[in-house]
Design a binder for this molecule. Structure first.
Ligand code: TYD
Length: 133
């Protein structure tokens, strides 16, 4: 599976660290939505969906987690443990996020607003859609 990462400059100094994300500059799309995932349960997986029309970048700004990506043919696990490495997830990719460190904070940039009708939350339905492509 072709996995695309976003390289992000991290500005570190004795006061702390900073990253900056700019639409159509270091982020390859117009950002319409930002959401964060935090206070995660280290024992539980989340996600379990794909999107029909949504590009996203996941940045683990603190701690670490793993992301399972599944394009209907192959499954790959990616570890995110640095804000310098964003994970680009396009549409029709099933994702699950797991193995959260207790201090994990994930920031997600998306090129569209929240729309529940854009979600595919059933894995069998996801496979059916992929196989009929
Ligand atoms: P959910 O999609 O279940 O999270 P995950 O895929 O990480 O398991 O979302 C959790 C709740 O948050 C759900 O009620 C929908 C809501 N939500 C929004 O209102 N806006 C958003 O941008 C997102 C991603 C979720």
């Amino acid at each position: 599976m072709n996995i695309n990462f976003l390289e992000v400059d991290v500005f570190n100094n004795e006061a702390g660290s900073l990253i900056s994300l700019e639409a159509k500059k270091n982020v390859p799309f117009e950002i319409k939505r930002v959401y964060c995932i935090f206070k995660t349960n280290t024992e539980l997986r989340r996600g379990f969906h794909a999107h029909k029309n949504l590009n996203q970048v996941l940045i683990c700004v603190n701690g670490s987690c793993k992301v399972l990506l599944d394009d209907g043919y192959e499954r790959t696990n990616i570890e995110l443990s640095s804000p310098s490495k964003g994970l680009i997830i396009k549409d029709f990719i099933w994702r699950e996020i797991f193995d959260f460190s207790s201090d994990c904070v994930i920031m997600v940039l998306a090129d569209n607003f929240y729309d529940e009708s854009d979600y595919i939350r059933d894995y069998d339905e996801f496979l059916k859609i992929i196989k009929n492509y």
